[in-house]
Ligand binder design. Structure first.
Ligand code: MG
Length: 271
């Protein structure tokens, strides 16, 4: 009996000791894993992003032939931002008047003069415009007919000649640049006019600057939905991940990306 009692006591002790050791091991493991998580987060923060880190090539959106009548005249309640004659509602982001070329009912990028933006700012809106790529087949990828429509001056819907021109799919025309490829490639041969019909719901921010509600965008390219109420993850940088920074209303901005892209028939409806 005594021996049995001794053994039981010892077993209990050993069990207790095991539990103590086990809990110590678990605590150490937990601390280590917390440490690793913190280190990983710090490394993520400090990562030196390269442009190609945020570019991907598959799946390739299917080609879709545009609708037959893809152009829309402004409805009665629209504000016409460009009627083909003058750029009085626009300014250069470098200050002063627009230095792009207005001719034949269209405005064309003059490379090196910089982006242009509306003088007025907007929140939620429907924006319609038409754009045309220059016929410069000597360029490839992102250098062929690159421009962009920056919603609130921040969020880029890409403009690019993707007619037989391979590039990363989240940088194609119709993409939310580096966030989401278009659902379809509705491109037409360079030299022809494309239409974008864009509905945008602006992001909302809390008083402390944190995000209250993300931005959403729907893009209809040549009559075909290519962004379907897409939730934006933030801005649309060339390098690194998108992020939100609190802001109010913003302008419509058109990009000078060293390509003679033309625009015409630009109108907007505030929602
Ligand atoms: Mg662009």
């Amino acid at each position: 009996m005594e021996t049995a009692g001794y053994l039981t006591k010892q077993l209990k002790l050993n069990h207790k000791t095991d539990l103590t050791i086990m809990s110590r091991i678990l605590s150490i493991a937990l601390l280590l894993s917390l440490g690793f998580t913190a280190t990983a987060a710090a490394q993520q923060e400090e990562k030196e992003w390269k442009p190609e880190d945020t570019e991907y090539y598959e799946p390739v959106p299917p080609k879709v032939t545009p609708v037959e009548n893809r152009f829309l005249a402004p409805p009665s309640d629209a504000t016409v931002l460009f009627d083909g004659k003058n750029m009085s509602q626009w300014e250069s982001v470098n200050g002063g008047a627009v230095k792009w070329d207005v001719k034949d009912g269209q405005v064309t990028v003059v490379e090196g003069t910089g982006a242009i933006r509306t003088k007025e700012t907007f929140g939620d809106f429907q924006l319609y415009l038409e754009w045309k790529s220059p016929n410069n087949m000597e360029h490839t990828g992102q250098n062929r007919g690159n421009s962009g429509v920056f919603l609130q001056g921040i969020y880029e819907v890409q403009v690019l000649d993707v007619w037989n021109n391979k590039t990363y799919v989240n940088g194609m025309a119709g993409s939310v640049y580096k966030q989401n490829p278009p659902l379809a490639n509705v491109s037409i041969a360079p030299g022809g006019w494309n239409s974008y019909n864009i509905s945008f719901s602006a992001p909302k921010f809390n008083e402390d600057g944190s995000l209250k509600k993300p931005a959403y965008v729907t893009v209809i390219w040549n009559g075909v939905v290519v962004q379907n109420n897409f939730e934006l993850k933030g801005d649309t940088p060339y390098i690194g991940l998108p992020k939100y920074t609190a802001h109010g209303d913003g302008p419509i901005m058109l990009q000078d990306h060293n390509s003679k892209v033309s625009f015409r028939n630009i109108w907007i409806r505030e929602l």
